[in-house]
Design a protein around this ligand. Structure first.
Ligand code: MG
Length: 170
């Protein structure tokens, strides 16, 4: 049986991951609207990944005899002012998600819930990658974003991203 506090946080995380998917769909729509279809594609796939994360948290609760409670998903709360600001907002959001994952880990650690810690290990690593990817996008935009030809090439690079299912199987 899982600790009540741990269940509460895992349940919250289901919602937070769906919110992330929602937020990145908003980013995706922003870029498609600007005809930066590669960036649009990149964030559309990112949204799919976030939905996968939500499903994994839900599945983990199910596997442990807990029923997830689905709450209302908040409206995307980031003002999309310009191409670069969106990428920076993405990086900030991933840092925030890392802090959420770490908080669940702390709660599990406090009650010696090794099973949940082991489940979360994948997400701890995943967040390292997410932050790294988001940071890389910010830096690339700083370098190339103000030159139309370079931006065109960067957009093409982003268009090449394809969806892959998460490596974690529960
Ligand atoms: Mg996520």
């Amino acid at each position: 049986m899982l600790d009540k506090k741990v269940v509460e946080l895992l349940n919250q995380q289901v919602n937070k991951e769906f919110y992330s998917a929602y937020l990145y769909l908003d980013f995706s729509n922003y870029y498609y609207d600007k005809e930066l279809n590669g960036f649009g594609n990149w964030y559309k796939i990112q949204a799919q990944e976030e939905r996968d994360h939500a499903m994994l948290f839900m599945q983990y609760l199910q596997n442990n005899g807990e029923r997830a409670t689905l709450e209302a998903i908040e409206k995307p709360g980031v003002e999309l002012s310009d191409n670069q600001a969106v990428l920076e907002a993405g990086l900030n959001h991933e840092r925030y998600v890392t802090s959420l994952i770490h908080a669940i880990y702390e709660a599990a650690y406090a009650v010696k819930d090794f099973r949940t810690m082991q489940f979360l290990d994948w997400f701890v690593k995943e967040q390292g990658e997410e932050e790294n990817n988001a940071d890389s996008l910010v830096k690339k935009y700083e370098l190339y974003g103000n030159d139309p030809r370079s931006l065109y090439m960067l957009d093409n690079e982003m268009a090449a991203r394809v969806y892959t299912a998460p490596s974690l199987v529960l």
